[in-house]
Write a protein that binds this ligand. Structure first.
Ligand SMILES: NC(=O)C1=CN([C@@H]2O[C@H](COP(=O)(O)OP(=O)(O)OC[C@H]3O[C@@H](n4cnc5c(N)ncnc54)[C@H](OP(=O)(O)O)[C@@H]3O)[C@@H](O)[C@H]2O)C=CC1
Ligand SMILES: [Mg+2]
Length: 408
């Protein structure tokens, strides 16, 4: 990680790559980047000079001098909007030496149910914290070059831009303030970040701050009604895991719903702990949705197979939830065979851990993005030069059922 911004300055960017520079470069700057470097690199036209003012303001602010970079959020008013197509092209330029993206298709699930409003596209993704990927995860078949942040961040952005979700639920985010918040806000998203209280990223040398959950929604589609950052408890004890729950109102339909993101405790031996965290989250969501009066979508890396207790709590909750990716199976009852697939020193780890739960009486899943095949994932599994995380993204299109007063 270090000072990735300096790599861009030193990489001999040509004027034709100035767009790339505008969108991607300033957001990777390290607080110790010399001012002279910033000025030299930023004197490339009006757009960049405006960026320079924002950047200079951020770096010179008293907040910046007192707090590490990851706690400093650039003022969104000073950031120019970006055209998603342009950013996608910029990412592709950075990734030109890498193999092409895998093709994934949306599967139509409810073509028979008409909807007057555009669907709500939700993406769930554990993007793999940079510090954990480089320092803790031990992905023994993944070359270190495949994990280089300057390229891996472009693969992550490419995935987001390819599907353009209305709502984005992320786990293991350790580049919120320097990358995702500024870039996604320029794409029209409003973001919220809740770091883990004792993120394992902080144990890694040259880390970029704690990892946590992040929730983004498109401001032109939704109005924020209510937001809660939740530190999960297990049997009344505070834990290291978190969730964000927000009530949003659709600007087109006026209908409200609650969206939540979480990342439960990892590892075997912690099943009862995860179960308790799940119960706490369900209790919080009961309160927020006023006993299931408001439709709910819960995205998460639950770190639990469908056989675990926490999964069963969600499946049988009085919130009337169903897991969207079951609908991809022939009988509509089976989860996919994997949502994460990696090789550690301990061997191959193929598991279904990631879910998108939704209020089954209030929402329809219109389509879901198919998973990567074993052949696409390849023998070295994930992450790889083609795919930036050990977890696959899950993407669903939802619409409200037509009866607003129907049972939730
Ligand atoms: N500084 C301090 O005083 C304290 C520090 N800590 C730190 O926090 C850590 C525990 O945090 P906690 O939130 O409970 O972490 P978790 O056990 O939930 O795991 C943290 C991350 O490790 C990944 N992971 C899962 N399995 C493995 C594996 N076999 N090898 C490597 N990584 C794996 C998980 O990814 P995924 O979800 O993708 O599987 C997850 O993102 C401690 O190890 C310590 O580093 C904790 C308390 C105090
Ligand atoms: Mg992980």
């Amino acid at each position: 990680m270090g000072s990735p911004g300096l790599q861009f300055v030193g990489s001999g960017l040509k004027p034709s790559r100035s767009n790339l520079f505008c969108s991607l470069f300033p957001l990777s700057l390290s607080p110790d980047l010399p001012g002279a470097c910033i000025k030299a690199a930023c004197s490339m036209g009006t757009g960049t000079s405006r960026l320079y003012s924002a950047l200079a303001k951020t770096l010179n602010s008293s907040a910046a001098s007192q707090h590490p970079e990851y706690l400093v959020s650039p003022d969104p008013e000073h950031l120019e909007p970006i055209d998603p197509k342009e950013l996608l092209e910029e990412c592709r330029a950075v990734l030109h030496t890498r193999p092409p993206r895998f093709q994934r298709d949306f599967v139509d699930l409810r073509t028979d149910c008409p909807s007057t409003h555009p669907p709500i596209r939700v993406m769930q993704w554990n993007i793999l914290a940079q510090a954990l990927g480089e320092g803790k995860d031990n992905f023994v078949q993944c070359p270190v070059e495949a994990l280089k942040w300057e390229e891996r961040k472009c693969l992550i952005l490419e995935e987001i831009l390819a599907y353009q979700p209305d709502i984005l639920c992320l786990q293991e985010v350790d580049h919120y303030f320097d990358t995702f918040q500024p870039l996604l806000s320029r794409l029209g998203y409003q973001g919220t970040f809740f770091p883990k209280p004792w993120s394992p990223c902080l144990d890694v040398e040259h880390n970029n701050g704690p990892d946590g959950c992040a929730l983004f929604f498109l401001q032109n589609r939704f109005k924020l009604v209510n937001s809660a950052n939740i530190r999960l408890t297990a049997m009344t004890l505070k834990t290291n895991q978190v969730a964000i729950a927000q009530t949003l109102e659709c600007k087109e339909s006026g209908r409200q719903f609650c969206i939540a993101v979480t990342h439960l405790k990892a590892r075997t031996g912690w099943e009862r702990f995860r179960s308790a965290q799940g119960c706490d989250l369900l209790q919080n969501l009961q309160n927020i949705t006023q006993g299931a009066k408001i439709p709910l979508i819960v995205c998460g890396d639950f770190n639990a197979e469908p056989t675990e207790e926490v999964y069963k709590h969600f499946a049988s909750s009085s919130l009337n939830l169903n897991s969207a990716y079951k609908l991809l199976s022939a009988d509509g009852q089976s989860e996919p065979p994997y949502t994460t697939w990696k090789i550690r020193t301990s061997g191959e780890c193929r598991h279904t851990l990631d879910y998108i739960w939704y209020s089954k009486h209030a929402l329809n899943v219109r389509s879901a993005l198919d998973l990567l095949t074993e052949e696409q994932i390849g023998p070295n599994r994930l992450p790889s030069f083609n795919y930036p995380s050990d977890h696959l993204s899950l993407v669903c299109d939802f619409s409200f059922t037509e009866e607003p007063d129907g049972l939730l």
